[in-house]
Design a protein around this ligand. Structure first.
Ligand code: ADP
Length: 259
């Protein structure tokens, strides 16, 4: 609020009134704070792998006689931290792209076809943990006027998370159907679940229930924030039901738009 008054005076310079200009800038300040927080978070997230990379490079440079096994272990760490940096940068760029292009061009997309692409992409990861990914489509020809890349990203992030946060030898399921004029996508698992106090925050950028666990499984903390923005841009909704130690289910609805 700007409380600097402008005084109104009469011909004899006697103050006869004043004008106060009141402008609500709460939203602007909130947005500005969010932006500053995001930049601080991004810098921190990028700095962690970079510090590790430069530390190991320095150690390798200073110790010429390091044994082969140790050298290879250090190189392995440098490689995985570089991969992590790449994933982070890719996700940050994707998030800012979606934010800028909320009204993306729409095309008729076959949901089953896109899902199968993602199924194949995540198959190796699922098999490595002996997780069975089952799926049920009310109709394989379900098509929706939407954006192909966005739908693919939704499946990819949700299925990847379901596998990531589910212990070995368990199950992940995908269900797709129409409910009135909405396409419904459900992705569930019988994994570790999400504590009640965290459930409203998991869609925030870089929010993770367990930072160390997310890091170990290669998370960037941006997957659900990306989905939230995609769903918003498609005028849809996202909900989550979860029980700690029992599993989670993410439910997305996207309105069917007619050409
Ligand atoms: P991350 O890269 O850490 O997985 P996300 O934005 O995709 O980031 O998810 C945010 C957090 O939500 C995760 O760190 C995890 O704690 C929690 N989460 C997401 N999906 C699941 C799931 N299927 N089961 C349990 N926890 C989940």
């Amino acid at each position: 609020i700007n409380l600097d008054p402008i005084y109104l005076q009469d011909m004899n310079n006697v103050i006869i009134g004043s004008i106060i200009n009141i402008k609500d800038i709460t939203e602007k300040v909130k947005l500005e704070n969010m932006r500053t927080d995001f930049v601080a978070n991004v810098s921190h997230e990028l700095k962690t792998p970079l510090t590790s990379i430069s530390g190991f490079v320095e150690t390798l440079k200073l110790n010429e006689n390091i044994d082969v096994a140790t050298r290879n272990r250090f190189l392995g760490i440098i490689e995985s931290e570089s991969d992590r940096l790449k994933r982070l940068i890719d996700d940050i760029l994707l998030l800012s792209f979606i934010e800028k292009n909320e009204t993306k061009s729409l095309e008729l997309v076959n949901i089953y076809e896109i899902f199968m692409e993602v199924y194949e992409m995540t198959d190796y990861f699922a098999k490595s943990k002996n997780i069975n990914v089952s799926y049920k489509f009310s109709d394989q020809s379900i098509s929706i006027l939407s954006n192909r890349d966005y739908i693919k990203q939704i499946f990819l992030n949700l299925i990847d998370n379901a596998i990531k946060y589910t212990p070995e030898n368990n199950n992940v399921y995908v269900e797709v159907y129409y409910d009135k004029n909405n396409l419904v996508i459900k992705v569930g698992d019988n994994g570790i679940g999400i504590p009640k106090e965290d459930i409203n925050r998991i869609f925030e950028r870089f929010y993770r229930v367990d930072k160390a666990r997310s890091r170990d499984v290669g998370g960037t903390g941006l997957g659900l924030a990306i989905i939230k923005h995609i769903v918003k841009s498609l005028d849809g909704t996202i909900n989550v039901k979860s029980e700690l130690g029992q599993g989670s289910e993410f439910i997305i609805t996207i309105p069917k738009k007619f050409p």
